[in-house]
Design a protein around this ligand. Structure first.
Ligand SMILES: [Ca+2]
Ligand SMILES: [Ca+2]
Ligand SMILES: [Ca+2]
Length: 459
């Protein structure tokens, strides 16, 4: 080789790399929230009383708008879908070609309440069948001031407000509405955004209200968990927590486990190693809990987020996430709260794709099918970030035979939902589950990540 060939090709590689970087940053720049600042009132709300035993993490609304810009998408007609960098990084569009979720899947969001009339989410709010329809006097059960289903809560048609002890779920903070939108904002309605599971039922359990600083957030959390168990939730999203261990709370999460409920919890925004300083309920060590940390568009864990190779399961998008806000608005928030909602949405998709899956199956698939990243090797147990599409596609038997490689291949054939249903209905969960996990493990062993020994997903 001539002596000038090598430096020249090196320069070529360099320019290609720089070009790629510029493209990448332009791409993500288009997703920045600057477009949303004009005409918006920036609404910063501090978390509750610092002495509260359970609270939202430091979650702020960084900007807020009444309307989102129209950016047509190929898949759905929701105007802001292209603003959602997290959906792209989590491979959501391909996931939605397989399933958009199901209203049969009930997700309990234990948070600050919800704007249940929000234009982009009202269709996905859970309705308590025991408080719906007419009573024997012809009155609407949802407002007849009778506890029609005799569960101890009167007119709890969409959930319960444990702060004010009533069925008024109004969100005085914004956090709960933001989380619910990430999980299940409606798709294809020409409005706003798209949730990870655009078809889902969101049960609203309000444990925290900034307007009631004296209320007992931990007790309200525990009551909310019991409500979710009693009313048949499949998944609980808890985007909050605290440093205090509570035996009673742990027992509530354990009871949820015994009832087959998956509990997705924020790793916390304490800038701490959760292996050393546990954060609860994420760190009770129960196998129905998925602890989630947050990463940014460069796929680095946020400096504010908790991490831990023993305690934190997986990472998901959590910086400048666009979602719904009270009053029919939209806005951006950052934190492991938002990342948690991504994983909850993924779990809802997996459960609707494979009815009959137990919480542990869902957890396995979500953790095992994430994308391994060196930047996550010293941050999470699995070294992985959420990949919605892979969490679903790994369930399809013909791909298990060829292993993970097929999943990574852009040529992967996407089955129509009908084909997909007929294929998957004839196979046993145990069979394809086992072969797939083995395939994933094999693949993992081929690509050891630096800084970790035996970086297998925790299965
Ligand atoms: Ca009731
Ligand atoms: Ca009633
Ligand atoms: Ca929408």
């Amino acid at each position: 080789m001539k002596s000038w060939v090598f430096p020249l090709s090196l320069a070529g590689v360099f320019f290609l790399f720089v070009g790629g970087l510029i493209l990448f940053f332009n791409f993500d720049e288009s997703l920045s929230n600057d477009t949303y600042r004009s005409g918006s009132s920036v609404n910063k709300i501090k978390k509750g009383n610092s002495s509260d035993e359970r609270s939202l993490e430091d979650s702020f609304i960084t900007s807020k708008v009444d309307k989102v810009e129209n950016e047509p998408s190929a898949l759905f007609n929701d105007p802001a879908i292209n603003q959602a960098w997290g959906l792209k990084k989590a491979d959501a569009a391909r996931a939605w070609t397989l399933t958009k979720g199901s209203r049969e899947v009930i997700v309990a969001v234990i948070d600050t309440g919800l704007d249940v009339n929000h234009e982009d989410i009202k269709g996905n709010v859970w309705k308590n069948p025991g408080e719906t329809g007419k009573d024997s006097f012809g009155r609407d059960k949802s407002s007849n001031r009778v506890d029609d289903d005799q569960n101890g809560f009167t007119d709890d048609v969409n959930g319960w407000n444990f702060v004010s002890q009533n069925g008024n779920l109004a969100d005085n903070h914004g956090h709960g509405t933001h989380i619910a939108g990430i999980i299940g904002a409606e798709a294809n309605n020409n409005k706003g955004i798209v949730g990870i599971a655009p078809e889902v039922s969101i049960m609203v359990l309000k444990y925290f209200d900034p307007q009631s600083p004296g209320s007992d957030n931990l007790k309200n959390t525990i009551k909310s968990i019991h409500y979710a168990i009693d009313k048949g939730a499949h998944i609980i999203n808890y985007s909050g927590g605290g440093l205090e261990y509570s035996q009673e709370e742990k027992e509530a999460v354990d009871l949820a486990r015994k009832k087959g409920i998956l509990f997705v919890a924020a790793a916390g925004n304490e800038r701490a190693n959760s292996d050393k300083i546990p954060y609860y309920p994420a760190d009770y060590g129960l196998d129905n809990i998925i602890s989630v940390t947050a990463f940014n568009p460069s796929q680095e864990v946020l400096s504010s987020s908790n991490w831990g190779v023993l305690s934190v399961d997986i990472a998901a998008p959590g910086q400048n996430i666009l979602s719904t806000l009270p009053g029919g608005a939209y806005g951006f928030m950052t934190g492991t709260s938002q990342a948690t909602a991504f994983v909850t949405g993924a779990a809802a998709l997996v459960m609707s794709h494979k009815t009959g899956f137990k919480y542990n199956d869902v957890k396995k698939y979500i953790l095992a099918s994430g994308d391994a990243l060196p930047s996550l090797a010293d941050k999470t147990k699995t070294s992985r970030k959420l990949n919605l599409y892979k969490a679903l596609i790994v369930l399809d038997e013909d791909l298990t035979a060829s292993g993970v490689r097929a999943v990574n291949d852009s040529q992967v054939k996407i089955l129509s939902s009908k084909q997909e249903q007929s294929r998957t209905s004839i196979q046993s969960t145990a069979q394809f589950g086992k072969s797939l996990i083995e395939a994933l493990e094999k693949e993992n062993q081929k690509e050891p990540l630096k800084g970790r020994i035996g970086n297998k997903p925790e299965l």
